[in-house]
Design a protein. Structure first.
Lengths: 216, 216
């Protein structure tokens, strides 16, 4: 089964509205077959307000939104999902809540075995990787592990910027299967030790997108 | 017993050598009574090299350095210490190693009950607080808890900079009991929620020092 992932670095681009910068990618990604998207608002404190924001935006794109925090049985909600979107916020809060509601393995199963499309933004991109060990967020809560959903065989720092003083890149990166040249990785990732830049794996930089990939 | 703490934000200042910017505070802090300082190199991967750096610097200031990683019995080494210095690096690696070697409570006891002077820099300042929840470091290893040594009743982000576009502050902060006006706190800290700037507690900014204090 081919996994389908849309991993976005930021939910907003300076001066733009929520998900405005990647709305074309979103509609291409979920397509016509998906009618309802299961939204995961766990990364922010106010889940109701966050769901409202996501719901309003997705409705303008033609999708209804169910929020995981409104589901009586979160695991069952994931089992029924046509598409999944995990929003950004604090990565530690998000990962802890995913484990608290026992949906980590179910999301992995749906994406890896059933081909359910998964969209993540910022923290939602972090938790799609092997672990959250490359997040820049502060550890405000203590998750049971740093291991994440593991939909890709590497870690991502969605807010990484090259130390290029001439760069004017201030915006988000969008990484999708349809633009897979943005990222390069081998199918047998090598071991890497953090703190050794020469081992940090491949890095892909285009004019508008900057992404750090770290083998773990 | 009065606790004696010298909490430094950075080990180097741009253009200067290791601990050059605070060497006067170091000699004032440890004084003449302390002859040997117990150094904790756990925050960096290469403990031997880190110890050599610290040892060389402290010898120029008149102090011998014993390193915790060279001790056969780390707890016993803390029990015998005249002064303690925990260096910077990765806060998660540091905290995990402190717990692995079972010295967290012993350091706390020596500082809080015996008045042993404690110096921390960067990550060594983070672990002196209630928890490491305000670190900017990446979670490269998984400590058994985020709770830290708890020598002060609040958290510190040693690398915090105000979003002041007119500021030219690029250097470290030095916080010591002798300059306690740099930081303000109440003896009964209020609860705060991260992500709500209005609740983040007191903040102290001087021309050369910038520090964020967060009630937890």
């Amino acid at each position: 089964m081919k996994r389908r992932l849309l991993l976005v670095s930021n939910s907003t681009l300076h001066g733009g509205g929520y998900l405005d910068h990647c709305q074309q990618q979103i509609t291409e990604f979920f397509g016509k077959d998906v009618r309802r998207v299961l939204f995961v608002p766990y990364a922010l404190h106010d889940r109701d307000a966050y769901t409202k924001t996501a719901r309003n935006k997705f409705q303008t794109l033609g999708y209804e939104v169910d929020s995981l925090h409104e589901a009586e049985d979160p695991v069952r909600a994931v089992r029924k999902a046509e598409g999944i979107f995990i929003g950004g916020g604090n990565t530690f809060r998000l990962l802890k809540s995913l484990y608290d509601s026992k949906v980590v393995m179910e999301i992995r199963k749906r994406v890896m075995e059933d081909g359910v499309p998964y969209m993540g933004s910022s923290a939602g991109t972090n938790v799609a990787t092997i672990s959250i060990s490359t997040t820049n967020d502060m550890p405000i809560v203590y998750p049971p592990t740093f291991a994440a959903i593991g939909l890709v065989p590497f870690n991502i720092n969605p807010h990484y910027l090259d130390h290029d003083s001439s760069s004017r890149h201030m915006g988000p990166s969008v990484l999708s299967p349809s633009t897979s040249t943005l990222i390069t990785w081998t199918t047998t990732p090598a071991a890497a030790t953090w703190g050794r830049p020469e081992n940090r794996g491949s890095r892909s930089t285009t004019k508008k997108q900057t992404l750090q990939v770290c083998w773990v």
